[in-house]
Design a protein around this ligand. Structure first.
Ligand SMILES: Nc1ncnc2c1ncn2[C@@H]1O[C@H](COP(=O)(O)OP(=O)(O)OP(=O)(O)O)[C@@H](O)[C@H]1O
Ligand SMILES: [Mg+2]
Length: 207
């Protein structure tokens, strides 16, 4: 039975390969609970921001052992509505885990509402925001209330071992080491594009 890309996704913080050691150390502080701030993760599509946000939120939750579920509370920016603030407040009141707001640029004018909420309740640092947009295009007052961290796409071959393992274990014979290096280079390391190539290959092999 072939595996899927899903089976190779990092489940814990330590399984994530970071391009920059300093960023890894900083994020580890939030994931381990030794550091508590609102966080804004930004960077190009497919670099793993949503996944990293989810893992940090889930690990801080596990540490506190307040919830039975390992899932983080995640709100998608494009589904923001009147009830979203209530939902965040509810999550704040039931435990001390992070709440993820994915694609915060989609909030558009509602970024003001979120900023007002942070000023009222959020000073302890319980939000992880993600966005593709450069921080300069977001509401400045919102950005000011966060540690701003850029998640870069892999520029070197840092994800090579993981990608090679995926293709090798699933009998993708024409993905030689050279072909995998080319794949990483042409996708600029975007995990989402690597996912598409891998799933295509699995589908092709299974026929
Ligand atoms: N280190 C990793 N190893 C394997 N898969 C990963 C890794 N990081 C992310 N992924 C997977 O790659 C895909 C893209 O990652 P993700 O959605 O987190 O990127 P993103 O930065 O949030 O992109 P976008 O800006 O488009 O929202 C997802 O399926 C994710 O689970
Ligand atoms: Mg995302």
């Amino acid at each position: 039975m072939n595996k899927h890309f899903e089976d190779y996704k990092p489940q814990t913080f330590n399984q994530i390969v970071f391009e920059e050691h300093d960023i890894q150390q900083q994020l580890l502080g939030y994931a381990s609970g030794s550091k508590r701030k609102n966080i804004l993760l930004w960077g190009k599509p497919g670099g793993g921001k949503s996944l990293i946000a989810d893992i940090i939120a889930s690990s801080s939750r596990r540490e506190n052992a307040i919830f039975s579920s390992d899932r983080a509370t995640v709100i998608n920016g494009d589904s923001w509505n009147k009830k979203s603030i209530d939902m965040i407040l509810g999550a704040y009141n039931t435990g001390s885990s992070y709440v993820v707001i994915d694609e915060v640029d989609e909030l558009k004018d509602n970024q003001k509402e979120l900023t007002a909420f942070i000023d009222r309740y959020g000073r302890v640092g319980k939000l992880i925001l993600t966005t593709n947009a450069a921080p300069a295009s977001l509401l400045q007052r919102l950005v000011d209330r966060c540690d701003v961290i850029e998640i870069k796409l892999p520029t070197s071959q840092s994800n090579f071992p993981q990608v090679r393992k995926m293709f090798n274990e699933n009998g993708c014979k024409h993905y030689t080491d050279e072909a995998i290096k080319t794949l990483i280079a042409t996708t600029n390391g975007s995990w989402r594009q690597i996912e598409t190539m891998f799933e295509d290959e699995i589908y092709y092999n299974a026929r």
